[in-house]
Design a protein around this ligand. Structure first.
Ligand code: GDP
Length: 368
């Protein structure tokens, strides 16, 4: 190929030398490197593009679809709901696991160890989070995106932090729908993580097949600040950080929880939750935890509890969709909004009592 310096310029401006000359370059000489690309705005995708991308397990498209689900704009919600309907036939085949525990108990370390073991066994694992703190403020108990770094680099894993705003009900609906997208994208194990500090564990329990509570060694006797209610939601309990001096303590804690479970009620009838010990940093008990989960799933599939629970979860989903839709359609109505504001003012000025006020608002709504 002829070198450019030896080429004769097509045009040289008057009173200037060849440095200012213009050479015509044939398009064949352009390589991708020397074409300056304008930064592209992300192209908008049709529902069919989303569907196809998700079914092909395209992570970029999956992430974009989740962003649509998390969006609070009415237009995005409509596309997201249409998309969910399209991909529903490809969902439901994964194992859904919920994991909870106090901040610092080792949830992310444990999930990373378990996740790596599972992808090593040929599984595709998605980890989603529900962080009750992030629904109220920007601060987050579950932390930022630097958690589970190794698992995040694994091509068979997908980690998505909590939607950062909304009510717990809204976040729950978004997490449930994100789980469905991940299932359609071929993830066969979904782990939903939450902090055991409020209502979020009840929410997570209502969307998974197996619910695991992580605890620390040595605080068994006072049920370590974790409410009895959370223990009663568990299918399995793991005493984490059971290495070194803590190993013996963990065994004592294990024994006291095993005793306690005999007197507490259980989420799955006729199944006493297992209590195991593990160390997420030394990988102790990780394979065994998975074996417990598989054993549990076999039992609940045989006694039909699994199928019944999935049916109930469909109803829960319907209920939360219905609540959200009613809420949205009412509170986006400007006249209702202003009436509510007025009534709130009247209540604070003791002009009307709350019971009467609600009746007035209801009358107003049904008149519309
Ligand atoms: P999370 O807040 O429940 O997600 O807890 P993290 O996974 O972030 O862990 C909190 C701290 O405990 C980190 O410093 C971890 O390295 C540490 N940690 C987690 N698992 C273990 C364990 O099995 N043994 C010990 N000794 N430390 C652990």
């Amino acid at each position: 190929m002829q070198k450019e310096e030896t080429k004769k310029p097509e045009w040289v401006p008057q009173n200037n030398n060849e440095a200012f000359a213009s050479f015509l370059t044939s398009s064949e000489n352009k390589t991708e490197k020397n074409i300056i690309q304008k930064p592209q705005k992300s192209v908008s995708l049709s529902i069919e593009d989303y569907e196809k991308g998700i079914l092909l397990s395209d992570r970029v498209i999956l992430s974009r679809a989740i962003t649509l689900i998390e969006s609070n704009s009415a237009q995005h919600t409509e596309i997201a709901q249409n998309l969910i309907e399209k991909i529903l036939p490809y969902t439901g085949k994964s194992i859904r696991i919920g994991i909870t525990g106090s901040p610092g108990v080792g949830k992310s370390t444990f999930i990373e160890a378990l996740g790596k073991y599972l992808t090593g066994q040929g599984n595709k694992v998605a980890v989603l989070a529900i962080d009750p703190s992030s629904t109220k403020s920007k601060g987050s108990i579950l932390g930022d995106k630097t958690r589970m770094e190794e698992l995040a680099r694994d091509k068979n894993a997908f980690i998505r932090p909590s939607p950062s705003s909304g009510t717990l009900g809204g976040v729950a609906r978004k997490t449930r729908e994100t789980m469905l997208l991940c299932e359609a994208a071929g993830f066969n194990i979904i782990i939903i993580e939450t902090v055991g500090v409020g209502q979020s564990e009840v929410t997570v329990r209502s969307m998974v097949d197996y619910f695991l509570v992580l605890l620390l060694p040595g605080a068994g006797d006072e049920l370590q600040g974790i409410k009895k209610g959370i223990i009663e939601l568990a299918d399995g309990i793991i005493i984490n950080k059971a290495e070194g001096d803590n190993f013996y303590k963990a065994q004592i804690t294990q024994a006291s929880y095993r005793n306690a479970l005999h007197i507490l009620s259980h989420y799955v009838p006729d199944f006493i939750p297992t209590v195991s010990i593990a160390s997420a940093i030394t990988n102790l008990g990780i394979i065994e935890s998975w074996a417990e989960i598989e054993k549990f799933l076999q039992i609940v599939q045989q006694n039909n509890f699994f199928q019944k629970q999935r049916q109930k979860q469909l109803l829960d989903w319907f209920n939360s969709l219905l609540n959200e839709a009613i809420h949205l359609s009412l509170f986006s109505n400007l006249s209702i909004q202003s009436n509510i504001k007025q009534i709130q003012q009247d209540i604070s000025e003791l002009k009307i009592n709350p019971v009467k006020a609600v009746n007035l608002i209801l009358k107003d709504i049904f008149k519309n």
